[in-house]
Ligand binder design. Structure first.
Ligand code: TYD
Length: 218
């Protein structure tokens, strides 16, 4: 794992608010890359390893005020460390393409910029845990909050802590992702996620092909 030439994999994260269509687009991208013979590891946050999935339950279930903002961010980062160690880094070392449904930008957007924690604290956690292990490319699927909430509907189930927070918060999250993209244009690719699945997939394909020449053979 220490040899520099072992880092041949590609790390892609997807970000966006509720109902942006991340899971659909991730599945489609994985199919395209697998058809080209690449090993693709699909994963998600919070979660993506046994320990991180156990932490996910603590984070997403229960009352909205179950955790203080700092406890919540620390749980996200405890899960992220396990996810990086057990799932992401080993897969990258094998040369796989790792695609994660959410990563560190979600903590910056939800807890740091839209939430009450503030960006300095989240940046400190990032520097402690992620360091130089962040994504090569981050896709931000951007959609107006009303459209996203309508699409996602009420998904029910136990994991509702974050979906009960209201449209103003969701709008702040959207603006936070756009701000992150503005600050890091080399890493982030903002894709208009309105319209049908095919249209979004076409925009995503074009954006990635331009950003990563050689990713797709055609
Ligand atoms: P999930 O059911 O995976 O939703 P989605 O389909 O929107 O990704 O729930 C993840 C929720 O957790 C989502 O509302 C965003 C939130 N979240 C944070 O607030 N901070 C984080 O660092 C991460 C990874 C997720």
């Amino acid at each position: 794992m220490d040899a520099p030439d072992a880092w041949t994999g590609l790390f892609i994260s997807f970000e966006g608010g509720d109902g942006a269509g991340k899971s659909t687009q991730i599945r489609r991208l994985a199919e395209v890359l697998r058809a080209e013979g690449r090993e693709v590891v699909l994963t998600r946050e919070p979660g993506g390893s046994d320990g991180a999935e156990a932490i996910r339950k603590l984070i997403l279930e229960g009352a909205a005020d179950r955790w203080s903002p700092l406890s919540e961010a620390l749980l996200m980062y405890a899960a992220r460390e396990d996810h990086l160690e057990r799932t992401i880094m080993p897969a990258l070392a094998r040369g796989a393409v790792v695609i994660t449904d959410r990563f560190a930008d979600s903590t910056m957007a939800y807890q740091g910029l839209a939430g009450s924690l503030g960006e300095e604290t989240v940046t400190a956690l990032y520097d402690l845990v992620v360091r130089d292990r962040g994504p090569d490319v981050t896709i931000i699927l951007d959609i107006p909050v009303e459209v996203g909430l309508e699409r996602s509907g009420n998904r029910g189930g136990a994991e509702q802590r974050f979906e009960s927070k209201g449209a103003a918060y969701q709008d702040a999250v959207r603006r936070a992702f756009l701000e992150i993209a503005r600050r890091e244009p080399e890493r982030c690719l903002v894709i208009d996620a309105t319209g049908d699945e095919e249209a979004v997939a076409a925009r995503l394909h074009a954006g990635l092909a331009e950003r990563l020449p050689g990713l797709f053979s055609a």
